[in-house]
Design a protein around this ligand. Structure first.
Ligand SMILES: [Fe+2]
Length: 182
């Protein structure tokens, strides 16, 4: 699993898609919010790593973090979940794979949610398919980790605060090590 931490060390300083925090700060902030809310190790780990798909090179040498700017949806949520499969079970992977779907869900079902999205997030929403329809939202919500997916998404949206105090990455690495399966 060291290679995950190496990827964060190598790419974590990159800006988080037009926001005021870096990729690494964003993940650590999301994990901090999860821990503050009393989430278990599984969801804290998912929060920490939900955007790892932005930090691994796909295709080799290309940063997918910037692909959205070119009008392509890089499906970083699928890339990240597939990458993490070696170490984690579905309870970690599902909320990561669905953190974009959760945004589409919240746009439809949480009043005022869309108005609070950052400009970068509004921009990517269009590429991601826009808000769910009623039918899509109902179907999505039936899935086993949907509730966790919504929680993760809310931390994700708040983890863009350049002033937030957080524990160091090492604190969350210890948590992720407890959760790993392989
Ligand atoms: Fe994120």
């Amino acid at each position: 699993m060291q290679e995950i931490w190496d990827a964060l060390a190598k790419r974590g300083h990159e800006e988080y898609g037009g926001e005021l925090v870096t990729q690494l700060e964003h993940g650590v902030q999301a994990a901090t919010l999860a821990e503050k809310e009393g989430a278990g190790d599984v969801l804290i780990t998912a929060a920490l790593l939900h955007d790892v798909g932005h930090m691994i090179d796909v295709p080799p040498g290309a940063s997918i973090a910037t692909i959205a700017d070119k009008g392509i949806d890089a499906v970083h949520e699928d890339v990240g979940a597939a990458y993490l499969k070696r170490w984690f079970g579905e309870e970690v992977l599902w909320p990561i794979r669905h953190h974009v779907a959760a945004k589409r869900y919240l746009c439809l079902r949480k009043p005022g949610y869309m108005d609070e999205l950052s400009p970068a997030s509004v921009k990517s929403l269009a590429l991601q398919g826009g808000p769910f329809t009623d039918e899509e939202a109902d179907e999505w919500l039936k899935q086993p980790f949907a509730h966790e997916g919504v929680r993760l998404r809310i931390w994700d949206d708040l983890a863009k605060d350049p002033e937030m105090e957080t524990p160091p990455l090492e604190h969350f690495i210890e948590i992720a090590e407890r959760v790993r399966k392989n």
